[in-house]
Design a protein around this ligand. Sequence first.
Ligand code: ZN
Length: 475
Amino acid sequence: MGSLKIFVVIAIGFMSNFSAFANESQSSFYTKIHELQALEIYRNLIAYRTAAGHGQVPLMAQYLADQFINGGFDEKDVNVLPFKSNKGEDIAGLVVRYRGDGSSNKKPILLIGHMDIVDALPDDWEKDPYKLIEEDGYFFGRGTLDNKMGITSLTTTFLRLKAENFTPTRDIIIAFSGDEESGMVSTELLVTQHRDLTDAEFALNSDDGGGRLNSKHVPASYWISAAEKTYASFDLTVRNPGGHSSTPRSDNAIYELADALKKVQKYRFPVRYNEITLNFFAASAMSASGDLGEAFMTFSKDPNNQKASDYLYQTPYAGITRTTCVATMLSAGHAENALPQSAKATINCRIFPGIEPSSIKSELQSIVGEKVEVELLGNPKASPASKLRDDVTQAITKAVHSRHPKVPIIPAMVPWGTDGKMLRANGIPTYGVSGMFIRDEDAFPHGLNERMPVKSFFSALQHWYIILHELAGKK
Ligand SMILES: [Zn+2]
């Protein structure tokens, strides 16, 4: 870090405010053309309110398309695709192909991100969420983290490589979705209806994975996200003829539902594991101490060790060891003086990758018994874990270590869901490899006053530049 500071001071001399260097988290060292271009694009993207219902996704897609065409991409390789969201709103996807010379004889690499955001209400924010504001070493604005930084990094890296006359040894394709936060209709259509434009050997997701800083802003670890759990909810319903509350019956919908819920509470789904979770626990054991570190290590060596899985079941890591289901909503009865005619609870499950929601439904049915109706809500898709690839892991390791040497690179399965699960479900292995490094206490995706450390934003540009050179450059 010391040498970087000296370099920067020499490079920009007295043009800069020296007090800015007093704190590692403060900026502003961006001077290169691609950095200034990235900042301009980031600023323009934050200004689009691309939340569901505001109609701005097609405008943002067109703005980005114009940047690619102005940057030298052939118009026929830049496709704004009109879609309808699940609410019937006009949205869009964007696909841009960077043509390679084919010399590697490999299928294309797909790079993904999403243009939409979760809405931010200006009145609730301290600052205007649709104006990029730099303050105290952070960029503030809706989407600064999720996922307009990823969109900006990928776009700018394509423009930079084009300006440098880089010719990849295989095609590289950008595919940006338009409703990741509200339905993933565009994501699915990008890899089904438009598979001719997006088919690839694997995908790298700018919206998942990434680095963690400790509370003192020092890089602590980097996660490659290679699997996501499947999200599925079920309604459990008990029905009953009911009657007058002065004359209780021996059967009662509320009591029977309560009994069923207690069974779900007590039930533990069987331990599951894959290469990714075992690697995750082995790597995490290095940085955890005491009983937790020991449980991580034991589980990584023998996931059938009951003592280790019992211990982890009581920690926030339970979800990485198995499917979990939990009651989240409840409604029953229709009058205080009537026997309940129905009682219903909603159970939210996070299903281990590779397991079908229908098989969890059968398992729940056998736990609660025949008197309880079990209904799967919606049409969730199971997505398999993506098998780790040496070429991807090596490229990511090089990109991360060139900036932060020795940071452990940890493959991970995440409990949330991104476009990645839709790609995996459609046969494209996907790795979440965001370029960001951020502290847990600064990460507010979907929340108020979303922010991104300025240093992390610019550093991520180098991250993608190295990755694309590694995976598609001439050796
Ligand atoms: Zn996101």
